[in-house]
Design a protein around this ligand. Structure first.
Ligand SMILES: C[S@@+](CC[C@H](N)C(=O)[O-])C[C@H]1O[C@@H](n2cnc3c(N)ncnc32)[C@H](O)[C@@H]1O
Length: 451
């Protein structure tokens, strides 16, 4: 679809959202042209990602605008059923069967392939077709589409299972939980809707790892964690590495110690002129995706890269000779002292403010005069946050008493930990993913300030 046609479609959709005429056939709205534009869009989605996002936003607004009130109530009420029925289809291997065949299949063939009751399978297929998860090419004939294909990707299928089995019960428990707390913002990780839903007193990660949850649930969660950003840019695609790791081309020696350090008391600008030690520490780095990405971008670098996480996670780290694996509990003092960069991705949004300040304080204590902390997280816009951000925010609330944060909130939180936010580098506009660059504040500054 040409850019000018896409722009015209956008204009028409926006006009529709602003004022839906009583009679959609009214010439002012140009319904026929709008429908033709939508048909063309189905054939070819614009390559330009910014334009695609604008269209997606305009379409969802237009959809709500054209709904009758009863349709709105219906859409909201039945939304959880899509997750339920997608899970059923995955359990039946339906998507994989259709994708493997690569041509329309009859109801009889699908009944035989799944071993399910023919009446039941017909009802399931009818549901999936109604929500465009597959194509209904004729009476009792079904074919895989690009969406069907997406749902066969192992990490995405794991995501559906994870949300159904772990998150959905917690979302369901949230209204009663909030009412019982008289609508206080949750800030105790051991008392959330998650604990109520899963009848445990463990936190999510403890429950997953060696707790009472079946091991399958943690495996699915891990697979989903690895898959959920596939195809999106990462921070290293936009971040000027040479700025962070000036020794990237000139190897130097570094110190690693298991004791806490006496941290400098001055701000970086007035600190020691010695070169930044070539160390990158990925704190709570999971199985080491970011360490691998960094090393791939710096193939000739001799600096050390350290992955830190809990012992069972580090044990599953990705095979790569270039980085060290260190079993480390991040609630204890940071053992790698004076690193160039302490990097935390998707860690802080799992914790309430007080714990974030504590965790950052432990990194600060290990920082050398020119060390940086990089926080790779969502920065929630002060206005107009999109579905991806708010879905995650409420899920964090329900499961971890945690949250996504605005820039103002992050800034206050960093200051309370004795760190100054010096730069924000966004790298995925849609989800607000950004890297925030932090330096040490002079000793005492910010401490005790309200978050
Ligand atoms: C949401 S995951 C983020 C993983 C990784 N940074 C990423 O972006 O893919 C949070 C990570 O924190 C780790 N973690 C949780 N508690 C920890 C602790 N006490 N010490 C070290 N790591 C911990 C988890 O094992 C997990 O790998």
């Amino acid at each position: 679809m040409a850019t000018t046609e896409t722009q015209t479609l956008l204009t028409r959709l926006t006009a529709l959202s602003q004022q839906v005429p009583e009679d959609l056939a009214e010439p002012t709205i140009g319904t026929e042209a709008l429908l033709a534009g939508l048909a063309a869009l189905r054939q070819q989605v614009p390559e330009d990602d910014a334009l695609r996002r604008q269209l997606s936003h305009a379409l969802s607004q237009a959809l709500v605008a054209v709904e009758r009130p009863l349709e709105t109530v219906h859409r909201i009420s039945f939304a959880p059923l899509q997750l339920t029925m997608t899970k059923v289809a995955i359990d039946l291997n339906l998507f994989e069967i259709l994708v493997a065949k690569d041509e329309p299949m009859s109801l009889a063939e699908l009944t035989q392939a799944t071993g399910a009751d023919p009446v039941l399978i017909a009802r399931i297929l009818r549901y999936l077709a109604a929500f465009h998860l597959l194509a209904e090419t004729g009476v009792d004939r079904f074919q895989a589409t690009a969406v069907t294909q997406t749902l066969t990707v192992p990490g995405f299928a794991a995501g559906i299972k994870h949300h159904f089995e772990v998150q959905l019960p917690a979302w369901g428990a949230l209204p009663a939980f909030l009412a019982a707390t008289h609508y206080q913002n949750p800030c105790d990780r051991e008392r959330t809707a998650f604990q109520q839903a899963h009848q445990t007193d463990q936190t999510v990660f403890a429950w997953f790892m060696g707790g009472s949850a079946p091991p399958r649930l943690f495996e699915e969660f891990s697979r989903w964690m690895s898959a959920q950003r596939v195809g999106q840019p990462i921070w290293l695609d936009v971040f000027p590495l040479e700025r962070l790791l000036p020794s990237a081309t000139a190897p130097t020696t570094t110190t690693t110690t298991t004791t806490t350090t006496t941290a400098p008391t001055t701000a970086p600008a007035s600190a020691s002129p010695s070169p930044l030690p070539p160390l990158f520490v990925d704190v709570g780095g999971g199985v080491g995706h970011q360490c691998v990405e960094l090393l791939q971008r710096l193939p000739h670098w001799h600096g050390r890269v350290v992955l830190e996480d809990l012992a069972p996670v580090v044990a599953q780290a990705r095979p790569h000779a270039g980085f060290e694996r260190r079993a480390h509990d991040f609630w204890t003092p940071q053992p790698v002292v004076g690193a160039g960069v302490y990097y935390l991705r998707n860690v802080l949004h799992d914790y309430p403010d007080e714990q974030c300040v504590r965790l950052l304080g432990l990194q600060r204590a290990a920082m050398g005069p020119r060390s940086l902390v990089l926080v790779d997280e969502i920065v929630c816009p002060a206005r107009g946050a999109g579905p991806a951000v708010v879905d995650m925010d409420i899920t964090l609330m329900a499961c971890l008493a945690a949250q996504e944060r605005t820039l103002a909130h992050w800034t206050r939180l960093f200051r309370a930990a004795g760190l100054a936010l010096v730069e924000v580098v966004p790298y995925v506009m849609e989800g607000g993913h950004s890297v925030m660059v932090l330096e040490r504040l002079v000793e005492g500054a910010g401490e005790g300030e309200e978050i």
